[in-house]
Design a protein around this ligand. Structure first.
Ligand code: RP5
Length: 165
């Protein structure tokens, strides 16, 4: 199976990014995590992205905060899909990272999830890989069915609680 690269701009992003690794593990998708920075280690980031496809990766997830250029720089050096996670690590509450990640120029897309949206980044990566993996497609179907069943259960509970008011 193709691997997912989970790149973060700093180890300080890890507490948030770990939700992506957890989700990938739940789906049995092999992942590799690295700290690489568009600003502090630009050569390493570019080299990683340039060889990611031949290294067996299918998707790159890039998480960064502040002036978050990591996802865009990785996307500039690969034809693999890149998913950006803007990290809330500044006095601007992540809005800076969101805009830096999402506002890519035409030709170099970054699929940007919500601020700190690590679990959704992983789910999107699984969905991309499921296009050529029927086992993953089945797991995604089961995941959605479980989620719907949980909501239905909450609905019943709230209906009962509301009737008591
Ligand atoms: C960004 O700057 C990183 O992705 C992190 O969110 C933020 C702060 O990094 P540290 O100063 O904690 O290393 O590049």
């Amino acid at each position: 199976m193709l691997k997912v690269a989970v790149i973060m701009g700093s180890d300080s992003d890890f507490p948030t990014v770990s939700a992506a690794l957890k989700t990938l593990k739940e789906f049995g998708v092999p992942a590799e995590a690295h700290v690489m920075s568009a600003h502090r280690t630009p050569a390493a980031a570019c080299a990683f992205a340039s060889s990611a496809r031949e290294q067996g990766f299918g998707v790159i997830i890039a998480a960064a905060g502040k002036a978050a250029h990591l996802a865009g720089v990785l996307a500039a050096h690969t034809t693999l899909p890149v998913i950006g996670i803007p990290i809330k690590s500044s006095t601007l509450d992540g809005l800076d990272a969101l805009l830096s990640t999402v506002q890519m120029p035409a030709g170099i897309p970054v699929a940007t999830v919500a601020i700190d949206g690590a679990a959704n980044a992983a789910l999107l990566a699984v969905q991309i890989l499921s296009l050529s993996d029927e086992g993953l497609a089945q797991k995604l179907k089961a995941y959605k069915e479980k989620m719907a069943a949980e909501v239905a259960e909450k609905d019943q509970k709230i209906m009962q609680e509301a009737a008591q008011i």
